[in-house]
Design a binder for this molecule. Sequence first.
Ligand code: NAD
Ligand code: MG
Length: 383
Amino acid sequence: MKKNITVLGSTGSIGVQSLDVAEKAGFGVTAITANSSVEAIEAQIRKFRPLAAALSDAAAAKDLKTRVADTGTKVLSGEEGVCECAAMDGADTVIDAIVGLAGLKPALAAVNAKKDLALANKEAIVAGGPLVLDAVKKAGVKLLPVDSEHSAIFQCLQASPPNKALKKLILTASGGPFFGKTREELKNVTAADALKHPTWAMGAKITIDSASMFNKGLELIEAHFLFGVTPAQIDIVVHRESIIHSLIEFNDHSVLAQLGVSDMRIPIQYALTYPERYPSPVKELSLTDVGTLTFYKPDYETFDCLGICREAVTRGGLFPAAVNSANEEANRLFREGKIGFLQLGELIRTAFEITPEKPDFTLADVYDTDKAARARVIDALRD
Ligand code: NAD
Ligand code: MG
């Protein structure tokens, strides 16, 4: 049976690679969505002929509707339109490759419509972890990690039946463009400096998160929710070559790792074909070409965002949502040249002040926290 997928965030780095995987695997495309990239999504509509497409920006959606009137693809608009695409009949798996908290409601819409969810959008699970997990359980669907580290752990876990012998997870981190620098040296770095990532070509937001290592903090929280381990059971190790994508350790101290060239199409494809494996267009790994693999302890002092995320996930409740939203705001301010690199952690930390202690929370609580955290960051900047 031909498999059909829907791609949320189809015009982004992960979205484009997902459509590439779908094309090579012979999958159909049910729906695609983006924020406002009219030209890019028009080209995708003409190529993949989906049933529907949505742009969250209403003016852009209106423009798109006129442009593709000849195609038979239904054009939807706004967050509701994106959610309607996420829930649309026909797709077996929905890949959520939206950036930021904007991906949470569409993820829930897909799951509630009984679609398997291939999740690249880490902010959704970080901010709404228990809500996403509950919805997945109720709907009886699969939650498949796309983030390369989590795909690696997921693949390692296939090798061992779930049992109490799992001791810890080891997340690898490239260390980003500022690896080895001191805080003094990072005082005046700009977004342009941070956008020179050593191993992965990614969207602007995650590239800045990689430079500040907030990305690894998000991944620590993501791993906690996806694999049900405590934050203390998750180690982070800097591995500059990005060849080992992550590891798991058992209580007998046997360690399993997943390796491959740094190309997101491997984890994307595995999430879309699981439990099967398809041949891949990605290059084979040559260990002798790589030659040397190196490992370092993360520098928690220089990269304070790591400690902030560890504290947030350990405190639980709405704290992960709060630091995620504060980071979305601070990350944007840094990209716009309005704050310095060292202010990122400083501003994000202020989110702890506005977060209520609430172990059980609702979707409305997540959005209240989002508003409050963003407002706190803007206030802190004014002080
Ligand atoms: P990107 O910026 O390249 O693409 C983001 C996509 O989301 C675009 O299609 C954009 O139109 C859409 N979008 C943006 N704002 C939106 C909104 N408000 N509503 C609806 N759609 C919106 O980002 P990316 O690098 O592809 O990353 C996407 C997600 O995948 C992020 O959560 C990121 O952390 C995660 N991820 C990315 C990579 C990578 O290699 N790029 C690796 C692992 C995880
Ligand atoms: Mg990752």
